[in-house]
Ligand binder design. Structure first.
Ligand code: 4AD
Ligand code: MG
Length: 428
């Protein structure tokens, strides 16, 4: 048995390929079957006069997603899907697929999501998830090459990582536990051990909003760097994003074509990215007719307005303290604000990164925890990091699904995760 992606090494040879039927067609005495084996597509050609009756009649019974083996000679054919053709000498039906639900026609998205376990097999879904896998791999490669150590952080936690509003709570042997909203507090603890660290994993937020950029379970990569300030943090982010985009362009050209992504916008993504402060953003928005007032967080509408005319990703930095999480460092130049940044991307995708320099002053951090009404006893260990050799440090979180949606041009981030979890979806 050979994999379809290796066929270039077998031209002129007789090989056997196993895969699922995507399409069949018959033109008189010639029949075509396109199969997918997970590594590529292959068109098999069956000629009535060259096979026995049994083989010919098997072809007639093939339906979409039937598992078959094809044996025959490999030929190059630029017109065939995948670029090769197999002149079939033997065809075996291995497992039938009667009444496959997803037909080559328009289906509603709810129907497709109900059949997500099958929808994964289809071309656009395969393309999106392959880009996702490339993005994930490029994240690990970039960070590994720069000397980061990967730290796996817990999913069951006792401390609120971001804010109380979107917590999934579960019983933990009579105590309360939360599903992690972030791994950040734990990678901060690993900084004095390894200096540059990151976590990569699923994070959970009980988002009651039904938008095209919110999931209740999403994946995040969170780098954390000792001795980096907010400016260095942004430099790392622009290098990181540019690397990820370049890798996708370089290695996923075919997938982006299947997804009909206009890649010219992505070709522009190179450091440095423009930066504006939150205060400048508010001025710009108000000048454009918005009634936003200083102090309000930038919602989706404000983000879209800021990005409407922009082609490059944009850093918005130094938000009001009140709009952001408790752990961000107070800005010494304007204590109403914190040293943080959101990275917004164009084409309607909005925020893909949230980052900040962390509050490294014990007293200020304690005060912020109290101000936010968070239970101090859950943060004793976190405060220890400010007690024993406190150090300046910064980090950020990049949402995988939003990033992949932007790179692939996907409308809704739910298609860029294999099994999306949303307010109204826990199946399949
Ligand atoms: O801005 P957020 O909330 O930042 C943090 O969690 C920090 N602890 C990160 C850090 O500094 N280590 O989330 C970071 C990113 C967002 O920019 C967004 O891309 C993604 O996570 N994100 C979501 N993606 C999908 N669905 C949701 N409900 C998301 N919430 C955040
Ligand atoms: Mg954010």
């Amino acid at each position: 048995m050979v994999e379809i992606r290796e066929l270039s090494e077998y031209i002129g040879d007789s090989v056997t390929v196993q895969g699922w039927v995507e399409q069949t067609r018959t033109h008189g005495k010639v029949a075509f079957t396109v199969v997918r084996d997970g590594t590529g597509l292959l068109q098999g050609v069956l000629v009535r006069t060259q096979v026995d009756d049994a083989t010919w009649s098997i072809h007639g019974s093939l339906t979409q997603e039937t598992l078959v083996t094809l044996t025959g000679e490999v030929k190059e054919d630029a017109r065939a899907p995948g670029g090769y053709e197999l002149s079939i000498t033997d065809l075996k039906l291995i497992a039938p697929a009667p009444d496959y639900p997803i037909q080559p026609k328009e289906h509603g998205v709810d129907f497709l999501l109900d059949h997500r376990h099958l929808w994964l097999r289809h071309a656009t879904q395969r393309a999106g998830l392959r880009v996702r896998a490339e993005v994930e791999q490029s994240i690990h490669d970039f960070l590994y090459e720069r000397g980061f150590v990967r730290i796996d952080t817990p999913i069951l936690t006792g401390a609120i990582g971001e804010h109380a509003g979107t917590l999934f709570e579960t019983d933990y042997f009579g105590d309360r536990a939360f599903l992690a909203q972030t791994g950040q507090l734990y990678v901060e603890a690993a900084c004095p051990a390894f200096r540059k660290v990151y976590c990569f994993g699923p994070t959970f937020r009980a988002e009651k909003s039904k938008t095209r950029r919110h999931l209740t379970e999403f994946w995040m990569v969170e780098p954390e760097v000792a001795f980096a300030d907010s400016l260095e943090n942004m430099r790392l982010q622009e290098d990181f994003i540019s690397y990820i985009v370049a890798r996708s362009l370089d290695r996923c050209g075919e997938e982006l074509k299947i997804l009909e992504r206009d890649t010219s916008a992505l070709e522009l993504v190179k450091p440095p990215f423009p930066r504006i402060s939150y205060s400048e953003a508010v001025e710009e928005l108000r000048a454009g007719g918005s009634d936003i007032v200083w102090g309000q967080d930038l919602g989706a509408t404000a983000e879209m307005a800021l990005m409407a005319e922009r082609e490059l990703p944009l850093f918005v930095h130094d938000y009001p303290k009140k709009a952001k999480a408790f752990y961000m460092k107070e800005n010494p130049e304007d204590p109403r604000t914190v040293l943080c940044d959101d990275l917004l991307v164009p084409e309607g995708y909005g925020e893909i990164i949230g980052g900040s320099q962390r509050e490294d002053d014990l007293g200020r951090l304690q005060a912020r925890i109290r101000e936010e009404g968070l239970p101090e006893e859950a943060y004793v260990w976190y405060l220890d990091l400010r007690k024993y050799g406190s150090f300046p440090h910064s980090g950020f979180g990049l949402g995988i699904e939003r990033t992949v949606a932007w790179i692939t041009g996907g409308h809704h981030i739910r298609e860029l995760i294999p099994f999306p979890r949303m307010m109204n979806r826990l199946y399949p």
